[in-house]
Design a protein around this ligand. Structure first.
Ligand code: SME
Length: 162
């Protein structure tokens, strides 16, 4: 059984860790930080919208992964298209799940939405995989969403216009 991280403390620690405005450095640090501090994960990282409607692999921790992912595919595509967090208790139950690592059983994908002038742009997604079914509950979702907010607030983004 996974031990629950102290998410408020992780938020303060990540905020202190992200000591630059550069999104690439901060995405790399954030993926490593989450992989180090949140247990029972087999993949933690970002996919970035570098072409309209397509997610390209960004900084991550874990096994080599599938890419690119069109918005129409997988849990990542669903998070990007619906702009809502996807908390999947069992990926075998998710139609169209993309199995980059056969060991993955549950998944949490948080959209990264950044303000660009007047626009709210879908910059990419943070994807977490676990080898255990039902790894993520509502408190995990809220804690990870808060870490994404800190990543966004700490970074300057050059994005692809929608
Ligand atoms: N499983 C994801 C694809 C990315 S891997 O998990 C790293 C999906 O269904 O979108």
């Amino acid at each position: 059984m996974a031990t629950r991280p102290d998410y408020p403390m992780l938020a303060r620690q990540l905020d202190a860790t992200l000591d630059t405005r550069d999104w690439l450095t901060n995405a790399s640090q954030t993926a490593a930080f989450i992989n180090m501090t949140v247990d029972n994960l087999n993949w933690a990282g970002f996919y970035v919208q570098r072409l309209p409607g397509t997610l390209h692999l960004g900084p991550f921790q874990g096994q080599p992964a599938c890419h690119p992912i069109p918005f129409s595919k997988g849990v990542c595509g669903a998070a990007a298209t619906q702009r809502t967090t996807q908390r999947i208790a069992d990926v075998y139950e998710f139609p169209g799940h993309i199995a980059c690592d056969a060991a993955s059983r549950s998944e949490l994908v948080v959209p990264v939405i950044v303000t660009q002038g007047e626009q709210e742009v879908l910059w990419g997604v943070l994807d977490l995989d676990s080898p255990s079914p039902e790894r993520f509950d509502a408190e995990d979702q809220a804690g990870i969403e808060r870490l994404v907010e800190i990543f966004i607030a700490s970074s300057d983004f050059n994005t692809v216009p929608d």
